[in-house]
Design a protein around this ligand. Structure first.
Ligand SMILES: [Zn+2]
Length: 513
């Protein structure tokens, strides 16, 4: 009985685990460097093992338990598994990684795989929409190739964000592939558990994963793909139904992150069965058919800045709490730099008597604010993120408050009339009201506040903000630009193919390069 739970030759299975995780926004001028990972999350060895334990904090202040904790729980539940920590690196979404940064991360991971000795398996938590400056291929495909070379004979499992972009280079080297199935994402730990469970069972000969995948010519993303709302809900319901069949080991559905410069972007589905290749092919077709019907997700009405400000002025909701202006073109949570100056520009031209809270990434303005005495008046040009080509906005403002936080860097509040501008040294994510409170402002008193993310802020503003207006500002996460970007395979919505099958054939004919 005990022997059955062990690996080859009655020894415990040795499975290494690690992570390289980043989501890229190609239109951001801020390349992602080593510092971004060092500041956010980069742990290895025993420190990683502690962080990914149930008592640890795997991704400090984001997710106490993420994929690697889930994987360790699967190993623990299975018994007879020696889990070997590699390294784990994650940075907030941003511009593509520099080559130097990518090689540093990858060399470290691969060296640890080599040093781990005999391995039966490797599990990696990846994103699927990374991008590396001038790499010319999917970084995740490179990671998997290098890890395979470093651990010949080991089975490899990987999990992905559902915003990943599948390609042959990602799918083919993998024995087990799983993805998140919630958006916004909260199922990181269950995803890691599923990957670990399938990997361990296949190493013990308790199942034999065989997979099929399809890639659809659809590039619809950016906040429309909430798993529990239509049109996505029906696709996830079908996946749950398919997985009730014991022959089905796992199913995945990927809705892409539309802001990378990959020319092969597209939705995809992936099905793994227990040794039944025909069934995997059939169910992949069925799931692709269902996903295809969900492509025409209605876009929320997007307002230009002046229309949004007029709407705020008219709306009675602002008496109850600040109206949220969601800056959909400058979503820091999707990798934009957060330095668009156009909303401030519109308020300087006509503030409509409104009190507005606006965060702007502008390191030069922060430096000026820290050189100026508190309460003094400052004349400056607000320029936003360097290289972001934003309008320069001349301002006369009072330096009202300053804060310095090791995670978010320095920021200052500049008061110009009724407008409060938080200039920040790093891309701003003022999700929590504490962002403004630390700068001496109670956001509940404002008429409106600008957010740089799609969803998460709502959790902290359930009782304060009751109206949410999406505003377009021509920034790095502009959906119209992403939708009309040149694609190798004509894709919805810039094209309107009648069926997904032609696109799928073209996508999958391109082998891993
Ligand atoms: Zn995602």
């Amino acid at each position: 009985m005990l022997g059955a739970s062990l690996g080859r030759g009655g020894k415990p299975l040795r499975i290494a685990y690690g992570r390289i995780f980043h989501e890229a926004c190609a239109a951001s001028p801020l390349l992602t460097t080593r510092d971004a990972f060092v500041q956010q999350h980069h742990v290895a060895g025993e420190e990683l093992a502690r962080a990914a334990s149930l008592r640890g904090e795997e991704l400090a202040s984001f997710f106490p338990h993420a994929e690697l904790t889930g994987f360790l729980q699967a190993a623990r539940a299975a018994g007879g598994v020696e889990a070997v920590p590699l390294s784990s690196a994650l940075a907030v979404p941003g511009g593509p990684l520099t080559r130097e940064c990518f090689e540093w991360l990858l060399d470290d991971l691969v060296a640890r795989v080599r040093d781990a000795g005999r391995l039966d398996g490797v599990y990696l938590a990846l994103h699927g929409s990374m991008e590396v400056s001038e790499l010319g291929e999917s970084p995740e495909a490179v990671i998997l190739r290098r890890v395979r070379e470093a651990a010949p004979g080991a089975k490899i499992a990987a999990s992905f964000d559902l915003h990943g972009n599948l390609s042959a280079g990602i799918v083919e080297p993998l024995d087990v592939l799983v993805s998140y199935r919630t958006n916004p994402h909260w199922d990181l730990a269950p995803t890691g558990f599923r990957a670990g469970n399938r990997l361990i069972r296949s190493l013990r000969g308790q199942c034999r994963p065989v997979s099929a995948w399809r890639k659809l010519p659809v590039v619809v993303g950016g906040g429309m793909n909430v798993d529990f709302l239509e049109p996505m809900r029906g696709v996830y319901k079908l996946m749950s139904k398919l997985e009730r069949d014991p022959r089905v080991l796992t199913t995945s559905f990927f809705v892409v992150h539309p802001f990378t410069s990959a020319d092969d972007l597209g939705w995809s589905v992936h099905v793994t069965t227990d040794g039944d290749a025909d069934l995997a092919e059939r169910l992949a077709d069925q799931l692709a058919d269902r996903a295809w019907t969900a492509r025409r997700a209605p876009l929320p009405e997007l307002l230009d800045i002046d229309r949004a400000l007029d709407e705020v002025r008219r709306s009675p909701w602002r008496k109850l709490g600040p109206i949220t202006l969601v800056d959909v073109d400058d979503i820091v949570g999707a990798g934009a730099p957060g330095g668009n100056t156009r909303i401030v520009e519109a308020l300087v031209a006509d503030d409509r008597g409104l009190s507005l809270l606006v965060p702007v990434h502008d390191p030069a303005a922060v430096a000026r604010a820290f050189e100026t005495p508190l309460g003094a008046t400052l004349e400056l040009s607000l320029r936003g993120t360097p290289g972001y080509e934003q309008p320069e906005v001349p301002l006369v403002a009072t330096v009202a408050a300053r804060a310095d936080d090791p995670r978010w860097g320095r920021r200052a509040r500049l008061t110009a009339g009724r407008t409060e501008i938080a200039v920040t040294e790093r891309p701003p994510l003022p999700i929590h009201p504490g962002f403004w409170r630390e700068l001496g402002i109670d956001p509940r008193r404002a008429d409106a506040m600008v957010q740089k993310n799609f969803f998460h802020y709502r959790l902290f503003h359930l009782a304060t903000s009751f109206r949410h207006l999406p505003v377009v500002t021509d920034g790095a996460t502009n959906l119209r630009r992403a939708a009309s970007a040149p694609r190798r395979v004509p894709s919805y919505p810039s094209a309107d193919p009648v069926d997904w099958r032609d696109g799928d054939r073209q996508f999958r004919a391109a082998r891993a390069g």
